[in-house]
Design a protein around this ligand. Structure first.
Ligand SMILES: Cc1cc2nc3c(=O)[nH]c(=O)nc-3n(C[C@H](O)[C@H](O)[C@H](O)COP(=O)(O)OP(=O)(O)OC[C@H]3O[C@@H](n4cnc5c(N)ncnc54)[C@H](O)[C@@H]3O)c2cc1C
Length: 411
């Protein structure tokens, strides 16, 4: 291997963790981590939660420190964008004209909020992805008033809960007939909706938008049913799109993200992709291609990428898992609930329950749990292990709290 070593583009969780995991795996070559944000790699989950609700503004939650990067011999270049990849010469170009050579390249470019054309150039419309976005939303929340959230997905709902905690009036506008239409069973989405309504948020389902315009200190939102809302702040949370422009321009295969194999290699074996920008075959689900936007997944990817980059043979086989916190409710989903054809409910007491999703052949493919705080964490962890085992548990046993999930695991 030449001195060029490994270059990682994107210094978010996936890129940052890959750099650190490479050293943990004994890689001794040169590592360069390039990020276009000014911060050290940081965790995004707090941005829609504590960053909006804590009494004082909080700093980004870094996953490492300058000292740790230096001790690990990782060259971290912040605040600069990588603008192109030349696969023939194995070089990348930075926006300041610098060229960097690589032996292996990792794309960890993440995702960006999906833009709503209607909201283009509307002063009071904002998106949330970065620490700076969170600071901006936080400042607006401090002024009080009415916050309209466009989109009833996770990020929109978490911001809605945070805005209610800060005392804002909140309206959630969702075009689908229910909240969280992607990835969460309807029964759980209904619990979440009730929680928002109990806390005083207004939830408008099946509601399209006609236009959003600035009207002085407010935005005027015209709904498809002819009614209108005025809001001091409009947060657009209609999903995220993977950042694939660099990869696409370099001729790599794109398929709902940068397409990678089980080892996270793109269509060019010298280039890997990790995190939100990558779509990969889900081994547990017949190699169905999926792309996850999940904190845990960045850890799994970093671990596997580090092995692949150092010549080992690890594969992405982790059970997809994510969580969301809204008010005092904790939601956790393991597996892919859309793989299920039937569901079984297990009540855990204290208003907590788990919905197990079973495929047509009885295989457990997902478990979605909701309850106060961390009430579902332990059982979801066990369910995750059952899913990993491709278990076919008896529905009656799943439903009965008298049957310990641990016992099913041992069976
Ligand atoms: C507000 C919010 C709340 C979340 N909450 C949860 C949660 O509760 N639970 C959960 O499981 N997950 C949650 N997530 C998802 C989780 O944070 C993401 O899955 C994770 O951040 C993905 O990491 P990543 O490194 O792939 O992408 P990112 O964190 O987006 O990092 C990619 C980085 O690459 C940079 N970049 C892109 N292109 C270039 C370029 N050309 N040159 C240089 N740099 C570039 C980007 O600016 C960015 O800094 C949340 C995400 C957000 C935004």
């Amino acid at each position: 291997m030449s001195n060029s070593g490994i270059v990682i583009i994107g210094a978010g969780e996936a890129g940052g963790r890959t750099a650190l995991a490479l050293r943990e795996n004994g890689f001794e070559g040169h590592i360069t981590l390039i990020g276009n944000e000014e911060h050290l790699p940081y965790e995004r989950p707090p941005l829609s939660k504590e960053a909006l609700t804590e009494a004082e503004a909080i700093a980004p939650k870094s996953i490492t420190s300058p000292e740790a990067l230096e001790a690990a011999g990782i060259d971290f270049i912040a605040s600069i964008c990588a603008t192109s990849i030349d696969r023939d010469t194995k070089t990348i170009m930075l926006e300041n004209g610098t060229e960097l050579a690589y032996d292996q390249l990792v794309l960890a470019t993440g995702a960006s909020p999906r833009h709503l054309p209607l909201a283009e150039d509307v002063r009071h419309c904002v998106y949330l992805r970065t620490h700076e976005d969170a600071i901006r939303i936080r400042e607006r929340l401090e002024r009080g008033g009415h916050v309209a959230i466009v989109g009833g997905g996770f990020i929109g709902l978490e911001i809605a809960a945070s805005a209610r905690k800060r005392g804002s009036e909140v309206t959630i506008i969702e075009a689908q007939p229910r909240l969280l239409a992607r990835g969460v069973p309807a029964e759980i989405a209904a619990v979440i909706q009730r929680e928002h309504e109990t806390h005083g948020a207004r939830v408008l389902l099946g509601t399209g938008l006609k236009s959003i315009t600035d009207a002085g200190e407010q935005a005027r939102i015209a709904l498809a049913d002819g009614s209108e809302l005025l809001a001091e702040l409009v947060v657009i949370g209609i999903g995220a799109v993977p950042n694939v422009a660099l990869a696409e321009a370099a001729g790599l295969v794109i398929d709902n993200g940068i397409s990678v194999d089980r080892h996270l290699r793109t269509s060019d074996p010298a280039i890997l992709a990790v995190g939100d920008c990558a779509s990969f075959p889900a081994q547990l689900f017949g190699d169905r291609r999926i792309r996850l936007e999940s904190w845990r997944s960045t850890h799994d990817h970093a671990r596997v990428a580090a092995v692949t980059l150092t010549g080992g043979d690890a594969v992405i086989d982790a059970v997809p898992w994510f969580w969301s916190d809204q008010y005092d409710l904790g939601l956790q989903v393991a597996g892919l609930s859309d793989e299920g054809t039937t569901s079984v409910r297990r009540d855990l007491g204290d208003n907590a329950f788990i919905l197990f999703s079973l495929a047509a052949d009885g295989r457990l493919v997902a478990a979605s749990g909701i309850g106060p705080g961390n009430a579902v964490a332990r059982d979801i962890r066990l369910a995750e292990m059952l899913i990993a085992k491709r278990a076919h548990p008896e529905p009656t046993q799943l439903a009965s709290p008298d049957t310990k999930l641990k016992a099913l695991l041992a069976a």
